[in-house]
Design a binder for this molecule. Structure first.
Ligand code: GLN
Length: 309
């Protein structure tokens, strides 16, 4: 079954909105504490080009960890699988996304996967370009292609707020530099990474990116190949095994689609061959996933028969 109207989605978000009261806004990035915890918006972008939305679907939010999937795709395109997986692994962790624990106990000290912060920092470190500006331009152009909108940009205030307070990520970087997983200037890397996490869009834009992944890397509207299909497949697999952090197992059982969340409250979903989904609901559960957003996905997956399992 497919979603066929905005009213249908409006009704679903009214049903799940009350769940927001069980979550709270992220607190370690000061600028994100100012969001409204009751906000909820959703968009579904079908691979045939039709799309639906509900809630304040024009409200912009920053991608945070959702950006990790996009950077991974770019870095795989630029460097190839072998080079990338020399520095970052393919296994899920049962730990929180910002944990440093496994880096110390695993030999060699290679981050377990590209969806946790350590792995994502190692991936961002592999973006090609002669300096930070050129790397940033490449990443932003790629995001703009995926959304098909050259106005997409980043939120400077959120980027600065994270950069100024990112001491845990700094620690991860210095640890990895010591173990030769990453190289170069750490402040430059953090500057780039926090800008990447602060890339801003609305849920319809995010659903469109999800639809590109759902369509194996093909832009559903223009038919252009934006991501080679084997790379889109790798990204979707990471979304299934690690995309919802240490709640990925439960999410696979209850929802069963490739998805990636961010601490801003965003979630991007990709239902293979069917549609992309963009959600924004900033009240988070204790693992850092949008409470109402996950509930909404559970309901939609049941109604529309999305589970891939
Ligand atoms: N920018 C955030 C960080 O690195 C992203 C984390 C997240 O969304 N889980 O801490």
């Amino acid at each position: 079954m497919e979603c066929i109207s905005n009213q249908e989605l409006e009704q679903l978000i009214d049903e799940v909105r009350p769940y927001s009261q069980y979550g709270k806004l992220v607190d370690y990035i000061p600028a994100l504490k100012e969001e409204n915890s009751e906000d909820l918006s959703v968009s579904i972008f079908h691979v045939n080009g039709t799309f639906f939305y509900a809630g304040d679907y024009l409200k912009k939010f920053t991608l945070q960890s959702i950006s990790k999937v996009i950077t991974l795709a770019l870095v795989l395109i630029q460097n190839g699988e072998e080079a990338v997986f020399e520095r970052v692994g393919m296994e899920p962790t049962g730990d929180p996304f910002n944990s440093i624990a496994k880096l110390e106990t695993l030999k060699p000290a290679k981050p377990l996967n590209p969806m946790i912060n350590a792995g994502a920092l190692a991936v961002t470190n592999m973006i090609q370009g002669k300096d930070v500006d050129e790397k940033w331009d490449r990443l932003l152009s790629f995001v703009r292609e995926l959304v098909n909108d050259d106005q997409v940009s980043y939120n400077e205030r959120v980027a600065k707020s994270e950069y100024d307070t990112a001491n845990l990520n700094r620690a991860l970087c210095y640890f990895m530099k010591q173990h030769e997983v990453i190289e170069g200037n750490i402040e430059d890397l953090l500057f780039l990474y926090t800008k990447q996490c602060a890339i801003e869009m609305n849920c319809s834009d995010l659903a469109r990116i999800g639809a590109v992944f759902a369509a194996n890397g093909v832009d559903p509207v223009t038919g252009r190949v934006l991501i080679p299909s084997h790379i889109a497949r790798i990204c979707k697999t990471f979304m299934v095994t690690c995309g919802m952090y240490n709640a990925s197992g439960e999410f696979a059982i209850k929802v069963g689609i490739p998805a990636k969340s961010g601490v801003s409250g965003g979630i991007m979903g990709a239902v293979p061959h069917k549609c992309g989904i963009g959600i924004f609901g900033p009240a988070l559960d204790e693992k850092g996933n949008s409470v109402a957003g996950v509930k909404l996905l559970e309901k939609m997956s049941q109604i529309y028969g999305w589970s891939i399992f």
